[in-house]
Design a protein around this ligand. Sequence first.
Ligand code: ZN
Ligand code: ZN
Length: 307
Amino acid sequence: MFKVKILGSSSATPAFSRNPSAQVVTYNDRHYLVDCGEGTQIQFQRYNVKLARLDGIFISHLHGDHVLGLPGLLSSLSIFEREKPLPVYAPGGLVEMLKTFFRISETYLKYEVEFFPMEDFQPGDIVFSTDKLRVKALPLTHRAFCRGFLFEEYNKRRKFDFFKAKALEIPNEYFHLLKQENDITLPDGRRIQADEVLMDADAPLSFAYCSDTRYEEKLLPFIQNVSMLYHEATFMEDMQKRARETQHSTAREAASIALQAGAKRLIIGHFSARYRDLNPLLEEARAVFPDTELATEGTEFDLRANV
Ligand SMILES: [Zn+2]
Ligand SMILES: [Zn+2]
């Protein structure tokens, strides 16, 4: 399983039932929160995501619409008796923000927050990994220090051809050895090469989270051929001047980045409160990159779909 659920897609302030930025990336049975705008823990309840199951938090930058939900969410985890340490990847200033808040509010967490300052990583560096998924830092250009995150599969196992193994009359107890690419000798003396029953692995899937940023071509080498790109589209093209001033992107620019990166799919979000109807932004992006969808609250995008 490799899915992304949108919990918030608004920029700056909540607007038209849209919450500030937050997404949950689920990979197999692990859940990672990316950005945590105000009200994110309520969105967890609304869209049926279990807060207690969080395995890590990634914060792009310290503007309020990406981080104001964090003190409450971390406090709730403590009230829910979390004991497992929680890794948090974020700009260094977050430690001071949280310490001040927790000190003055006399909040004592019952679990450890393992804090990793993003300033310690260069763009392209691996900041986090399990045996199958890793997360790399992406260079974004914004008013504040800001990093995107690339979640990518790696180390993918070749697929076991069960029917071929059955046809070769290989006993089941040898399957696990073959799956681990070991050649085997059967009791009847036959030698079976792992290559005979292993097929090519599926292409690795990847998801890039890019918010907040102005149009930035230096991002392109880091997200080439990404399976799904989330790119902010705060404004439409007629507001390009405003986008420049505030270091945000237009829907057309987001689509242009997706096109140049060879992305398979584009999700746009971080919409300005000036837009009640988001369809014009969608149309603007689709004119450049047809496979674009809107990040709307509660929508879950499955990276394995359309593979
Ligand atoms: Zn923002
Ligand atoms: Zn921002």
